[in-house]
Write a protein that binds this ligand. Structure first.
Ligand code: HEM
Length: 460
């Protein structure tokens, strides 16, 4: 058997290890490590013995073929559990398996078709809100839009996110995860009396109350409808009364879920199901504003394909629009790294990696790696089109914005459909003009723009 080597990495400081280098510039730090130390780099971050892996075949092994040996990183998962509870993104073992099986059908194509109508309606409302020449903050606009779409898909269209304080609460609850707050959030425990942490805790409670209230109302309505009808029609009556929203599907799932479980799943969707898409769209508008050629080609495709309001059928035709979305996620993957933990001592790319360490699979680095991408820093949507892309034989795990294997993103198809329909609806009517020069990005919990993304809509 070949001797396994201990991976090397950048020299750290006593006590803090490499935390200071990583915290100052996570993207640059990870890129430098990959360039200097090869497929596995060892460093110490926030007290964790960390191994960053940049060999695509090994990433596939970790996420897919040997996923059982590499569950989610337990400490990172526990932190997330404090926010979303034991929902799909954090649960493990039998609970996760049962819940994934129960929830998966909500993301089948027939349901995505239903959601498509919501996606277009909400985008049309956003297009109506904008005024020619009046500045908008694009990240805020995309956050509101994707939250409206998600809440409609989760609870049906009669939930008013303003009236119920859901928009404000989600914003407050995600604030500690924003770049400006991260240095403090990293080191301060949740109970520290800092105003933004107190507001986040209150927002958390508010969201729990709202979800409980919506679930109670829904259960009560279903019971009332059932008791109004008799006989065989009874069971069906309760179901027919609801639309095809996610909540109905959880209530109707074969495996009965407790109210607490439903609440954790709903919190998980609020956390995982809109911000990542909002960020993708924010980066996409920035990239389009810098690339006139891509913008013109996108507009030409929309003008030639759409016959009025975009539909789900158009999504299958809009190849360039899809390529724009994929390319935006290549350059700016909202999930900039995926974390795992080996359950035993393992060998990765010839290096020994100990049980219980933190494995980092950096989408940010892989998506910009010159081994797999021609001119990696350039925005080139055509690289995703048959016959136009210059790269061939790219390994599957050179690109994994939605992860891979059994824990891959359940909302993948929802997010891709949503991004395409939002772009199709908005770019049919508006062009967005950038009001700043450079867009700084920070790798916080998700990849985020550093400052305001201010743009001016111009009618097309
Ligand atoms: C552009 C948008 C999105 C991106 C980039 C994204 C990315 C990801 C990634 C990378 C994972 C895997 C994490 C891991 O393996 O540790 C994941 C999981 C997950 N995502 Fe997404 N996501 C997006 C949109 C959505 C949407 C729209 C929803 C729901 C409506 C959603 C719900 C989830 C859930 C519930 C999981 C956990 C799945 C499981 O462990 O079984 N995501 N997402």
């Amino acid at each position: 058997m070949a001797t396994q080597q201990t991976p090397s990495g950048p020299r750290g400081l006593p006590l803090v290890g490499n935390t200071h280098q990583w915290a100052r510039d996570p993207n640059g730090f990870r890129e430098r490590c990959a360039a200097e130390y090869g497929p596995v780099t060892n460093f110490e971050m926030l007290g964790w013995d960390t191994y960053m892996v940049t060999d695509p075949d090994e990433i596939e092994r970790i996420l897919v073929s040997e996923s059982e040996r590499f569950p989610k990183h337990s400490d990172s998962n526990s932190e997330l559990k404090e926010i979303v509870g034991d929902g799909l993104i954090t649960s493990q073992g039998d609970l996760w398996e049962r819940q994934r099986e129960a929830i998966q059908p909500a993301f089948y194509m027939d349901h995505i078709r239903e959601y498509a109508d919501i996606m277009v309606s909400r985008s049309e409302e956003a297009a109506e809100r904008w005024r020619a020449g009046e500045e908008i903050e694009v990240r805020e606009e995309m956050t509101r839009l994707t939250l409206e779409i998600l809440v409609d898909a989760m609870f049906g269209r009669d939930i008013d996110i303003e009236e119920r304080g859901i928009y404000e609460a989600v914003e407050a609850f995600q604030k500690p995860m924003r770049p400006a707050y991260q240095p403090i959030t990293f080191f301060a425990p949740d109970w520290t009396p800092l105003p933004f942490l107190r507001r986040a805790n209150r927002a958390h409670e508010h969201l729990h109350e709202q979800i409980d209230d919506i679930v109670d109302q829904r259960r009560a309505r279903r019971t009332a409808l059932r008791s109004e009808r008799a006989g065989d029609a009874r069971e069906q009556a309760g179901r027919d009364a609801d639309r095809d929203d996610l909540l109905s599907m959880l209530l109707d799932a074969d495996t009965e879920m407790s109210d607490e479980q439903i609440r954790d799943e709903m919190m998980t969707f609020l956390f995982a199901g809109h911000e990542t898409t909002a960020l993708t769209l924010t980066f996409l508008w920035d990239l389009l504003s810098r690339n006139a050629g891509a913008r013109e080609r996108l507009h030409a495709e929309l003008d030639a394909t759409l016959d009025g309001r975009p539909t789900i059928e158009d999504v299958f035709e809009l190849d360039y629009t899809k390529a724009v979305v994929k390319e935006a996620m290549r350059l700016y993957p909202p999930a900039h790294e995926i974390r795992r933990e080996p359950v035993e001592d393992v060998e990765i790319a010839g290096y020994s990696v100990p049980e219980g360490s933190l494995l980092v699979l950096p989408t940010w680095v892989m998506h910009r790696d010159a081994r797999f991408w021609a001119h990696p820093e350039q925005f080139r949507p055509e690289r995703w089109l048959d016959g136009e892309g210059p790269e061939t034989d790219r390994p599957d795990f050179a690109y994994f914005p939605f992860g891979g294997g059994p824990r891959h993103c359940i909302g993948h198809r929802f997010a891709m459909t949503e991004a395409q329909l939002v772009v199709a609806t908005l770019a049919s009517r508006w062009e967005l003009e950038r009001q700043y020069d450079d867009l700084g990005v920070s790798a916080a919990v998700t990849l985020q723009p550093d400052g305001d993304v201010t743009m001016v809509p111009r009618p097309r």
